[in-house]
Write a protein that binds this ligand. Structure first.
Ligand SMILES: Nc1nc2c(ncn2[C@@H]2O[C@H](COP(=O)(O)OP(=O)(O)O)[C@@H](O)[C@H]2O)c(=O)[nH]1
Ligand SMILES: [Mg+2]
Ligand SMILES: [Zn+2]
Ligand SMILES: [Zn+2]
Length: 399
């Protein structure tokens, strides 16, 4: 019998085990305790009534499908809002028939995760999915759209302000999108789930186990590394650039270096998936240097990673370009004498590629001297889609 995993609370359920929420605004409201617990709300949240579907007909047949709709026992309105029975969040509409692709964005505090996600989603929606795949990229429901607009789009693209560091205690809901790519009989429906977490959650294995279960189920991991958090690169960066690119004190960086986080993430996945030491984890990991703009001067002239993406230009995924960039980045690291990241990666993972991206294409600057608010110009993203496309390619979803 098939099962599904709730992308919000990670509980696993049999495929038929869902609940529905009444959609009639004037129907009874009730205290929704599962949702209250999930949100960590101080007082019970009042929401429309939740009910279980009636299992009509032969039980063993009914148990093989997820019910599509159900009538509210009170007001008789038909609802197709399917909820997870454990946390009462709305399940992605195609959870029972699309393939779920979890893309985990991992990295220390300040590595650029939130900016990256904010910009990547806009790029996927406006350029990458339409131009490379001729498809569209849609939020699964309005709450995802509201969350994206409020937390990412509005500050970055309209107020032109860098985002605040993510609060480790705030519930980070996943951003879930659906896409249909291809034509005629060859269409493919995919559900993408992105999680943005606070970097503090990677500091010890305990919080990681509870907060970051999703990493273990990922289709691919984008491991973001802020170049200014890598000692060998940092030593070559100008004081001024360093100050603009990173707002994390060096002592904190030194406590949680990229290689230490790679080790912790690998240990977590080994435990969960029962992969013995000595064997490698096969989840594709894109080791992605963020804030490439801040190290533009350190890169030798004529490199491909500094050029605009070939995939978007040609409307097709260019796997040879990914290979060139992988070699370039490995050779930069080698020239700078960086060994710890590459060693930690090689010891743990079998499917690795290196990338360089910039979400903002610029460093935030202070409006008045050193004390003013940090401002940006509208993001000028550079190659943010590369790691994403590579993960799709590695999963056999892109030819
Ligand atoms: N120069 C530059 N700085 C960036 C870029 N993206 C993020 N930053 C800086 O890095 C800081 C931390 O980014 P954030 O996304 O909050 O990191 P998170 O803790 O991993 O979510 C931000 O305040 C920005 O100042 C970029 O593309 N270029
Ligand atoms: Mg963040
Ligand atoms: Zn749930
Ligand atoms: Zn009702």
């Amino acid at each position: 019998m098939s099962t599904y995993t709730c992308p919000y609370c990670f509980s696993q359920h049999e495929i038929y085990d869902v609940e529905f929420r009444c959609v009639n605004g004037s129907c009874v409201k009730e205290d929704d305790m599962p949702l209250t617990t999930y949100e960590g709300a101080p007082a019970p949240l009042k929401r429309n009534k939740v009910f279980k579907p009636q299992m009509k007909g032969f039980k063993f047949i009914a148990k093989q499908f997820m019910p599509v709709m159900e009538r509210c026992p009170d007001c008789k309105t038909v609802s197709s809002f399917r909820l997870c029975p454990s946390c009462h969040n709305v399940l992605p509409p195609h959870i029972d028939d699309h393939e779920d692709l979890i893309i985990s964005i991992v990295g220390s505090r300040g590595s650029g995760k939130s900016h990256y996600i904010g910009v990547l989603i806009d790029e996927l929606q406006k350029h990458v999915i339409p131009d490379v795949f001729g498809g569209n990229f849609m939020e699964t429901d309005k709450s995802v759209r509201d969350q994206y607009m409020q937390k990412y789009y509005y500050p970055l693209y309209q107020l032109c302000q860098p985002l605040n560091l993510t609060n480790p205690n705030e519930k980070q809901k996943p951003l879930i999108y659906e896409t249909v790519i291809g034509k005629g009989k060859k269409t493919m429906n995919l559900t993408f789930i992105f999680y943005d977490t606070a970097g503090e959650n990677y500091e010890d294995l305990m919080t990681m186990t509870t907060v970051n279960k999703y990493i273990c189920q990922s289709t691919g991991i984008i491991f973001l590394v802020d170049p200014s958090q890598v000692e060998e690169i940092r030593d070559n960066m100008a004081e001024e650039t360093l100050e603009e690119a990173s707002n994390i004190p060096w002592e904190e960086i030194a406590r949680s270096t990229p290689d230490a986080i790679i080790d912790r993430v690998a240990r977590l996945i080994r435990q969960y998936r029962n992969v013995k030491q000595g064997r490698k984890i096969d989840i594709p990991v894109a080791v992605t240097f963020s804030k490439l703009d801040a190290i533009a001067e350190l890169l030798p002239p004529g490199n491909t990673v500094s050029e605009p993406s070939g995939s978007i230009k040609s409307g097709m995924y260019d796997k040879s370009e990914a290979r060139i960039i992988d070699e370039e980045m490995r050779s930069f690291l080698n020239t700078w004498g960086e060994r710890r990241i590459t060693t930690a990666m090689n010891n743990n993972f079998s499917n690795i590629a290196y990338f360089g991206v910039s979400a903002l294409g610029q460093s935030p600057h202070r409006s008045e001297g050193r004390t003013g608010a940090r401002k940006i110009q509208k993001p000028r993203p550079h190659r943010v889609e590369d790691p994403f496309l590579w993960i799709l390619y590695k999963s056999g979803l892109v030819k």
